[in-house]
Design a protein around this ligand. Structure first.
Ligand code: NAP
Ligand code: ZN
Ligand code: ZN
Length: 351
């Protein structure tokens, strides 16, 4: 068991809106129930950009983003029972929660009511120390917040599943995407492309609603049955009243009323995109047709494991573009320009 802290190379935003740069951080000593993970790959989620630029409100700097972590266990504390040295593991958006509230006990740690989940970065852990995320070479995490990456999944394509995968899997399951259901995925970026793969694997009839038809061929290859451009107003007249479920992954404010008009009676519009500004809603859009407007946040630890096993069983990870650490700032710009196919993943050996 490591007694002291470990100094680790990382990429951090020194201040809001400042470019990320190489730095070092200290990881805590491996505690009784901790695992030390050698991070191999870290995905770039749009949430990293929202936070590094303080788009969601005051943040903690320096910030080491990254909550799509895939790596290998290199040390375990004496009380650890779930993992051993050499295991291939992942860490997603949270590294702790109260463990005692009803939500924690029900495997909904992401909705912890006992003080909230502890974010993998841009949060304070129970000791009051800031947490630092996956754009780094090692991380120490309590074993209860670590999941196993199945053998069939390569670590680089598995990394994005830890956020993009679970954030789409959880609502698709909760709202019963499956055979006989017409499901639309809005936005084909990191989350959206996983939404397409997962909804297709669940057996639903899948439609992509993207700003343009630029990524249509890819969408159809990933499992979409139909693909429409939302920049074409005819899309909204043609598809009125079509869907049982619409999952929006869009990072910017949307016209909710327009999308709600695409639902069938009793259909649900579930939002996972987290734009920085509020959106307007005409409540008549949900009154007519008894429609549901809902949101969903990542997924619990057990469900994250279930999602990884599901993806491995179906033989897919994410579609990725592997980058070196010096390309992170450029990748951020490309994500902001909807120019990502479909997740940037950092090879942490380059940090
Ligand atoms: P992303 O890769 O940038 O994908 C977002 C997609 O939304 C883009 O590829 C684009 O798709 C579409 N889009 C972007 N700007 C748009 C605009 N102005 N109007 C219409 N469509 C637009 O981002 P991501 O990593 O998938 O994350 C998406 C959002 O989900 C972010 O806000 C992120 O913070 C949030 N998020 C939430 C959770 C949660 O737990 N709820 C978890 C992770 C991420 P097209 O090019 O196909 O139009
Ligand atoms: Zn994320
Ligand atoms: Zn709790």
């Amino acid at each position: 068991m490591t007694t002291g802290t470990t100094t680790v190379a990382a990429y951090a935003a020194p201040a809001a809106k400042a470019p990320l740069e190489r730095t070092t951080i200290e990881r805590r000593a491996v505690g009784e129930f901790d695992v030390l993970i050698d991070i191999k790959f870290a995905g770039i989620c749009h949430s990293d950009i929202h936070q590094a630029r303080e788009g969601w409100g005051e943040a903690i700097f320096p910030m080491v983003p990254g909550h799509e972590i895939a790596g290998v266990v290199s040390e375990v504390g004496p009380g650890v029972t779930k993992f051993a040295v050499g295991d291939r593991v992942g860490v997603g958006c949270m590294v702790d929660s109260c463990r005692e509230c009803d939500n924690c006990k029900a495997g909904l740690e992401q909705y912890c009511t006992g003080g909230g989940m502890t974010g993998t970065y841009n949060a304070l852990d129970k000791n009051g120390e800031p947490t630092y995320g996956g754009y780094s070479q090692k991380i120490v995490v309590d074993e209860n917040y670590v999941v196993r990456i199945p053998d069939g999944l390569a670590l680089d394509v598995a990394a994005p599943l830890l956020c993009a995968g679970i954030t789409t899997y959880s609502p698709l399951k909760h709202w019963n995407a499956g055979p006989g259901k017409k499901v639309a995925i809005v936005g084909m970026g990191g989350l959206g492309h996983m939404g397409v793969k997962i909804a297709h694997a669940l057996g639903a009839e899948v439609t992509v609603l993207s700003q343009s038809l630029r990524k249509k061929d890819d969408g159809l290859k990933l499992g979409a049955d139909h693909y429409y451009a939302t920049s074409d107003p005819e899309t909204f007249t043609k598809l009125a009243g079509t869907f049982d479920l619409i999952l929006s992954t869009v990072s910017a404010p949307l016209s909710l009323d327009a999308y709600l008009s695409l639902l069938k009676t009793d259909g649900a519009f579930v939002n996972v995109g987290a734009p920085e500004e509020p959106v307007a809603l005409n409540l008549f859009s949900v009154i007519g047709g008894r429609k549901t407007l809902a949101g969903s946040g990542i997924g619990g630890i057990q469900e994250t494991q279930e999602m990884l096993d599901f993806c491995a069983e179906h033989g897919f990870g994410a579609e990725i573009e592997l980058i070196g650490a010096t390309e992170i700032n450029e990748a951020y710009e490309r994500v902001l320009g909807s120019d990502v196919r479909y997740r940037f993943v950092i090879d942490t050996a380059t940090i």
